[in-house]
Design a protein around this ligand. Structure first.
Ligand code: FES
Length: 94
């Protein structure tokens, strides 16, 4: 006899670059903004935030990675748009 288990919700991960170039550009300032976006959209438990080593885009400004995509030149003004266009559609409840 087999028992069908409910599908587990797999958390998606946003990786914020903590490499030295992004650190010098205060990439860590994006973390509370990302936390706020995750919270505002009710995605706690569906999206996790992690730091990562260099994403090899140092010349292009602060970087973050989601899935297999790296977003570069991320600043406080562009972060919300990137989140809503590129991340949020992949994280909504099924
Ligand atoms: S340190 Fe962030 S891309 Fe290299």
């Amino acid at each position: 006899m087999s028992v069908k288990l409910p599908l587990m919700c797999q958390a998606q991960t946003i990786y914020l670059c903590m490499g030295s170039a992004c650190h010098q550009r205060r990439g860590y300032d994006l973390l509370p903004l990302l936390e706020a976006l995750v919270c505002c959209h009710g995605l706690e438990g569906r999206v996790q935030l992690k730091g990562t080593f260099c994403l090899e885009a140092c010349q292009q400004g602060r970087s973050l990675k989601f899935g297999d995509r790296v977003f570069t030149g991320v600043d406080e003004q562009s972060l919300g748009g990137i989140f809503e266009r590129e991340i949020l559609p992949h994280c909504r409840p099924d």
